[in-house]
Unconditional design. Structure first.
Lengths: 252, 287
């Protein structure tokens, strides 16, 4: 396996006439946490959503450029979208479990892959809940609705639901923005634990979070990737004036 | 001055609100008064479960079981046809169709709702009735089945538009989550969107059925009006509604026959009341 998981070259994206991404070049390494930071509307979520082609759902999107994941251009129209999205999982800003039971929320990921064996599903559900440290809390109420959980538990459940499809990359779109600080901390701990098995890309406008959890950071502004490098360097010794202004809180 | 104006407007609006309730209560009271008069001379049990409807024989027999079964059979048939087609259509409009096709379909379904039932009945009479007769080799094309097909058309607009609203009400985040997990469009629809919209879909079905139960003109024209207990879908039947419409003109005011028709009205009222209540429960059902 090459060191780089995702390679982006000359990526441009338009929503109708509005250019949301401008000439993005970026390489994301395997088994690291890469953070994308920047003010609201800078295109960081849009960039994240090109990695699993979720932008396809929006009308009027045009994309140019190349995004290679494991050397395969995922922007190619011939790509199998369903297996791409299984390989590149996503966790959303607001926890979005289905209005099903806790068990069925995770089983969903298995059922859509055609797994019907009950024993197998039960094993996978247990394993994935364990990997997000929810099993001990929830093992006795797997039948109750996922909507009755706390926000943090919901977000963990959503992560578990993603893990069970055995992705290689996990995209996280501000996964903690609706959580309280304590819950945020717990999710961040979980990320550190997951990092050894997965490549994680996290979008956040919380700079402290980026500096706490990530190994590499990219700073985006108005659709451009201004600076990209090891997190330590970005936060202690930024090369670009705009990065410095942003991380020192002069705007954003 | 403006205070008086305010006062008057307020009272007028209050009156408008009250008036509908008063009307409904009056209608209901009238229905009860006329309908219950029958039971001075005929026992309720004989009325509901009696197998013979001979209102003008001597002595008359007022058993509405054949009429109830006729209504049930036609409604059941209409349900079997309209539920899968109507719900399928709603899913297609809400989730699958491209925008331009969506708009066309919705316009046509609204148009379908605008066709008067007598026109549908008439069209059914000249096209569907001979077709059913020849295709199934029946002595007559005026059957429960024929009525069911036409009624299914009538139930569809209500069903489609309410089911469609229910499908739209499923949060976009569910859909997004399902797609992000690699679910196909069909998997997303039947594992996430339909369960999410389930109570609304049931409400849509009930309201569509409610429309079928109360429909009169088209069934009268298409089902053959034979007040016998039907043996199959391909028998002529007579529904509760068609009986009232057919015989109201010839029943002598104040006669037993006249009261019996109002009693049928009460039965119909009770049926549609329960159908609507069920729809309402589903509609406001919270998980």
């Amino acid at each position: 396996m090459s060191q780089y998981k995702i390679n982006v070259t000359k990526l441009n994206l338009w929503y109708k006439d509005f250019q949301a991404l401008k000439d993005i070049n970026l390489s994301i390494k395997s088994n690291l946490i890469t953070a994308i930071i920047g003010p609201s509307g800078c295109g960081k979520s849009t960039l994240l959503r090109t990695f699993n082609r979720m932008n396809d759902l929006i009308e009027g999107v045009r994309i140019k450029g190349e995004v290679l994941i494991d050397g395969e251009n995922i922007l190619d129209s011939k790509i199998d979208l369903l297996s791409l999205r299984k390989k590149v999982g996503m966790v959303f800003q607001r926890p979005n479990p289905f209005a099903l039971s806790i068990f069925e929320n995770i089983a969903f990921s298995l059922r859509i892959q055609g797994i019907k064996d009950k024993k197998k599903i039960e094993t996978f559900v247990e394993k994935s809940l364990k990997s997000v440290f929810l099993w001990d809390e929830l093992k006795d109420k797997l039948k109750s609705s996922a909507l009755s959980l706390s926000l943090e538990q919901k977000q963990r459940l959503c992560i578990a639901r993603t893990l069970v499809t055995m992705p290689e990359v996990i995209l996280m779109d501000e996964p903690c923005s609706s959580l309280d600080p304590l819950a945020t901390l717990k999710i961040e701990e979980l990320l550190q634990y997951l990092k050894k098995d997965y490549t994680i890309v996290i979008v956040t406008h919380n700079m402290q979070q980026a500096s706490r959890v990530s190994d590499e950071t990219g700073f985006m502004l108005l659709g451009e990737l201004i600076e990209f490098g090891p997190t330590k360097e970005i936060f202690t010794n930024p090369k670009d004036k705009r990065t410095e202004d942003y991380i020192s809180g002069r705007f954003g | 001055m403006s205070k008086i104006k305010e006062f008057i407007i307020e009272k007028i609006i209050f009156l408008c609100g009250i008036i509908t309730i008063v009307f409904i209560i009056l209608i209901f009271l009238f229905l009860l008064k006329e309908g219950l008069s029958l039971f001075k001379s005929v026992r309720i049990f004989e009325f509901i479960f009696g197998k013979n409807w001979y209102p003008i024989s001597e002595p008359p027999q007022f058993g509405i079981l054949p009429l109830i079964l006729g209504s049930l059979l036609v409604t059941l048939g209409a349900g079997i046809i309209s539920i899968p087609v109507g719900i399928g259509c709603a899913i297609f409009i809400a989730e699958v169709a491209p925008r331009w096709l969506k708009d066309i379909l919705k316009a046509f379904i609204e148009l379908l709702a605008a066709i008067p039932s007598v026109v549908l009945g008439f069209i059914g009479m000249v096209t569907l009735v001979p077709f059913v007769k020849n295709f199934f080799g029946l002595p007559t094309g005026l059957t429960a089945f024929t009525g069911s097909i036409m009624l299914a058309f009538m139930a569809m607009p209500t069903m489609v538009s309410i089911a469609e609203d229910a499908l739209y009400a499923v949060p976009y985040t569910y859909k997004e989550a399902a797609y992000a997990l690699g679910a196909s469009r069909w998997q997303t629809i039947y594992r996430v969107i339909i369960p999410g919209a389930f109570s609304g879909i049931l409400a849509a079905i009930m309201l569509g059925i409610g429309r079928v139960v109360g429909e009169t003109m088209a069934v009268m024209m298409l089902t053959g009006n034979s007040a016998r207990i039907p043996q199959s879908f391909f028998d002529p039947v007579r529904t509760l509604t068609a009986t009232i419409a057919n015989e109201m003109g010839e029943a002598v005011v104040g006669s037993q026959h006249y009261f019996a028709l109002f009693s049928i009205g009460i039965v119909l009222f009770i049926i549609s009341f329960f159908v609507n209540i069920t729809a309402d429960i589903f509609m406001h059902h919270k998980k």
